[in-house]
Design a binder for this molecule. Structure first.
Ligand code: GLN
Length: 282
């Protein structure tokens, strides 16, 4: 590429390294601080030498496998643009389903209390907090750097109804009762080949992997949520598409009521939950 490379030429040349046209466009738009529409409207626009050099660096990172979201530092989720770093999972489209189900299932009344366990970039807590500004939301993560990202996302979006806790699941949380607990916990089995493929290789393993069968965190959350939910409180968990039956049976063994599973946009079983069991003496 020479000093007068145009948008059209820069994209064409990057395509010899990266098959996905959209990725080359996202990276170039990011460098030019424009949206992708600008690239189509101005294919003749020239890149400065610094912009071109920067573009080549980002293309090389992508060729090495680095996920686009980590290269540009953000990912859209729900109605928000969220900062993401390699300390946080990259929010997935299917996790928007967890948000949707929470908004549909938790009565839309003021001052409901909700806990988001393992918030990562804050995606689930922030999306719910934005839709329900009077709710009081607590969000945890055990990774300080992830929690900093979540807090920064809250500040950037002016979302003030979330309290963040550095906590290993429930361990460092004050004993509160919530109307609902939601979580997108790690749920991939440790030996799953998915972990060593594609973008997932660059994401924090602690946000993805949970023991031999992928259910270690989910079992823990189901068990201890009993102590943190109001009677009639709702637990909602995202999970892998083959885990429905096992999760439903863990919920039912512990006495949860109205157990349900919801599908994601691709028709995969993706979110399960139930109402807190009534414990003796209540
Ligand atoms: N759905 C993600 C994946 O398959 C995993 C997210 C998670 O473990 N919470 O990559």
């Amino acid at each position: 590429m020479n000093r007068c490379t145009s948008v059209f030429e820069a994209l064409a040349q990057a395509r010899s390294h990266i098959d996905a046209r959209i990725e080359t466009e996202i990276l170039l738009a990011h460098i030019l601080k424009k949206d992708r529409a600008f690239l189509f409207a101005h294919p003749e626009a020239k890149l400065s030498p610094a912009e071109l050099a920067h573009y080549q660096v980002l293309i090389a990172e992508r060729v090495k496998g680095m996920p686009i979201a980590y290269i540009i530092g953000y990912r859209p989720f729900w109605s928000l643009t969220l900062k993401v770093t390699p300390d946080t999972l990259i929010p997935r489209h299917e996790t928007e389903r967890l948000v949707e189900i929470a908004l549909e299932s938790i009565p839309n009344e003021p001052h409901q209390t909700l806990l988001d366990l393992g918030t990562g970039s804050g995606a689930v807590a922030l999306a719910i907090a934005k839709e329900r500004p009077t709710w009081m939301i607590d969000a945890t993560d055990f990774c300080p750097k992830a929690l900093e990202v979540a807090q920064e996302n809250a500040r950037r979006h002016n979302i003030t109804n979330i309290h963040f806790y550095l906590s290993d699941w429930f361990l460092q949380l004050p004993l509160n009762r919530y109307h609902a607990i939601v979580s997108n916990p790690p749920y991939i089995p440790i030996h799953d080949e998915h972990i060593s493929q594609g973008d997932v290789r660059f994401e924090p393993q602690s946000a993805l992997v949970s023991g031999e069968d992928g259910l270690e965190s989910i079992r823990h959350i189901i068990k201890y949520s009993v102590d943190f939910l109001h009677p009639e409180g709702l637990l909602l968990l995202e999970h892998g598409y083959c885990q429905k039956n096992k999760i439903m049976s863990i919920l039912s063994q512990l006495g949860y009521q109205n157990i349900k599973c919801w599908k994601d946009y691709l028709g995969h079983d993706r979110v399960s939950g139930g109402i807190r069991p009534i414990t003796p003496n209540e």
